[in-house]
Design a protein around this ligand. Structure first.
Ligand code: GAP
Length: 595
């Protein structure tokens, strides 16, 4: 018998993963019976379970296991002004280039370099009287035969004219001319070879109408992130819960982006789910007034328990650590990397942003972003809505009363110097700085925020990709077979336990197996299977990542002596280890592993 790991060719690996996901009911292409819908995916029975386990794990670690975070379940449709205030209407765009031949769009930063001969045609016509009176510039790719090239152009021209141009082979292309030879050019559409026009911004929000007139006045958007609802409901959550800053609001929900190039399976989709936390903290100046100083981040600082004198940087580091611990807890610990955005690339209001990256078969890509966003979001909503989103901090007011005028002025001067030193965004005018401090000294401020924002679909894909394992085994007769195992962490596995009577035609085994199934089912997702040889049944569960298998055999029924009666074989998926366990001990053994 040989256990040779399959070669990890990234494209082949992804193809195998996509195929397994469809075959075993994890993920299907949306609307597949109608030819599919690009960038949208449906989760089958096992995918739905996997996602639910991930959602539950996130909710538990962010809400249930803590006292300082509250949940929200906001609507997808919101007032369109929210998206003006957040900046999404004006700036949530990708730069796009359009193919002059096919009108297909491509993200400006995703154009693959092309080499070949640039050809031009002055126009085209067909025998039915259809005419195209504009210049067509198309790249004849290196190695492409001139006749196949002309045929390709005729096909593209016909496709773009819908039915008007008639049969592609009857189209006549006029004024063919070679105009250039290019190497590594990014000015031609990678698929069609058509010349690309200038890059233009393309807003990624999906527009819809809210109201019966369906006019521009009714336009709103499917939310492109769940975060804005948290900011919009900040005051309601605060007032209805009496929680104190620092605290967080988290939510899980759908988000929609009209991604120009959805790709890598579910990695970049047009409809996806986010799990976002907005953790509201005091501005550093408030911490300084209350505690005399702000704890500064130094390498190796203790982040295990939040401290009252933490400023934004400690909180940001803390959340990076917390989120890392979360990923470790679901089995992704060893495939994570981090990208700290250079200060020069940050938005003018952001203080820091780190991407938690994951090693996918197609490359190391973002799983979650953790940003320190200052008070930008709440301030924007305060400005656009005209409603106060300030927080009153009693402790701050009491501490500020004790400051001397000189101490207050020193704080103002320090902040003014910081404003002058800003390299991005407009410095706050002195009058505004003084007004801000006047509110602060009275106990009022707009909280700052740390935002850990994760994608559920990416997380599910990361989990599947990490778990995927395929190997060949040769049996005693020399017959080779390929086996697939999803090595899911038991906590996220869609099915926790397979339950198998050794033989299906022995009523006493079946009855006992049904008993074990009834015992475990209220506590975990189990699968009862009595068909095929036991090895085949194990393999079927391995393929969908079930971590435990329980076999009810003759020993269970007491046929091999009373000491083995009411014991079962518990098989562990990853080690293939089998142990004898009393039925009455099963829950005690399995529950800690899956929780
Ligand atoms: N509120 C901040 C925000 O939305 P983002 O980096 O645009 O930040 C956060 O998105 C997370 O949402 C990403 O790290 C990713 O996991 C997920 N995400 C974003 N766009 C996605 C897409 N098109 N398909 C799947 N997941 C996506």
């Amino acid at each position: 018998m040989s256990d040779a790991p399959a070669k990890a060719d990234p494209i082949a690996q992804m193809e195998k993963i996509v195929s397994l996901c469809k075959r075993r009911g994890f993920i299907y292409q949306s609307s597949e019976v109608y030819g599919g819908c690009a960038g949208v995916w449906d989760y089958g029975p096992l995918g739905a379970e996997l996602k639910r386990n991930l959602r539950d794990a996130w909710w538990r670690s962010m809400m249930r296991d803590r006292d300082d975070i509250l949940g929200l379940d906001a609507s997808i449709l919101m007032h369109p002004d929210i998206w003006k205030a957040s900046g999404h209407v004006a700036t949530f765009a990708d730069m796009m280039r359009e193919c002059s031949l096919s009108n297909k769009r491509v993200r400006a930063d995703h154009v693959e370099p092309q080499s070949g001969t640039v050809m031009q045609f002055k126009g085209a016509e067909s025998p039915n009287g259809w005419r195209l009176d504009r210049v067509l510039t198309v790249l004849m790719k290196q190695g492409e035969h001139i006749e196949s090239f002309r045929k390709r152009v005729r096909n593209l021209v016909a496709a773009n004219a819908s039915d008007a141009a008639g049969k592609p082979e009857e189209i006549v292309l006029h004024g063919e001319e070679k105009i250039d030879v290019v190497n590594g050019s990014v000015d031609f559409h990678p698929e069609t070879g058509g010349q690309l026009n200038e890059a233009r911004p393309f807003n990624l929000m999906l527009r819809t109408f809210l109201g019966p007139t369906a006019t521009e006045a009714d336009v709103t958007y499917l939310r492109p992130e769940t975060a804005q609802a948290i900011f919009a409901q900040f005051k309601n959550v605060l007032d209805s819960s009496r929680i104190k800053v620092p605290f967080g609001i988290g939510q899980i929900g759908k988000a929609f982006r009209n991604e120009v190039t959805p790709k890598n399976f579910t990695f970049r989709s047009r409809e996806f789910e986010q799990m976002e936390l907005e953790f509201f903290i005091k501005p550093d100046e408030a911490v300084e007034i209350i505690h005399g100083a702000v704890a500064q981040w130094v390498e190796g600082a203790d982040l295990s328990v939040p401290q009252e004198n933490w400023g934004w940087e400690m909180w940001h580091r803390y959340w990076v650590q917390e989120r890392t611990r979360f990923y470790q807890g679901i089995g992704l610990g060893d495939v994570l990397e981090y990208f700290w955005q250079p200060a020069g690339d940050l938005a003018h209001y952001a203080r820091a942003c780190v991407d938690i990256l994951c090693q996918f078969p197609f490359g190391t890509e973002e799983l979650e972003g953790i940003a320190a966003r200052g008070d930008f979001d709440l301030s924007q909503h305060q400005k656009h809505s005209g409603k106060s989103l300030e927080y009153f901090d009693e402790e701050l007011k009491t501490a500020a009363v004790k400051l001397t005028d000189e101490q207050k002025e020193a704080m103002i001067q320090k902040r003014l110097a910081q404003e002058v030193a800003k390299t991005k965004g407009e410095p706050m005018p002195e009058a505004d700085v003084r007004a801000w401090f006047a509110r602060l000294f009275n106990g009022f401020y707009v909280p700052h925020v740390i935002e850990p924002s994760a994608g559920l679909d990416r997380m599910a894909l990361a989990i599947i990709a990490k778990a995927f394992d395929q190997f060949d085994k040769t049996d005693a007769k020399g017959k080779a077979e390929t086996f697939t195992v999803l090595r899911f962490h038991p906590r996220v596995a869609p099915i926790k336990c397979g339950i198998f009577p050794l033989l299906k035609n022995k009523p006493e085994l079946v009855a006992k197996a049904r008993e074990v199934y009834a015992l475990l089912k209220p506590h975990m997702n189990c699968f009862y299977d009595e068909s095929a040889a036991i090895g085949r049944r194990y393999a079927r569960q391995d393929e969908i990542g079930t971590p435990f298998g329980i076999t009810i055999d003759f020993e269970t029924c007491g046929e091999k002596g009373p000491e083995l009666q009411d014991t079962v074989t518990l098989r562990h998926r990853d080690t293939n280890e089998q142990e004898r366990v009393k039925i009455s001990d099963l829950l005690g053994k399995l529950l800690p592993a899956i929780q």
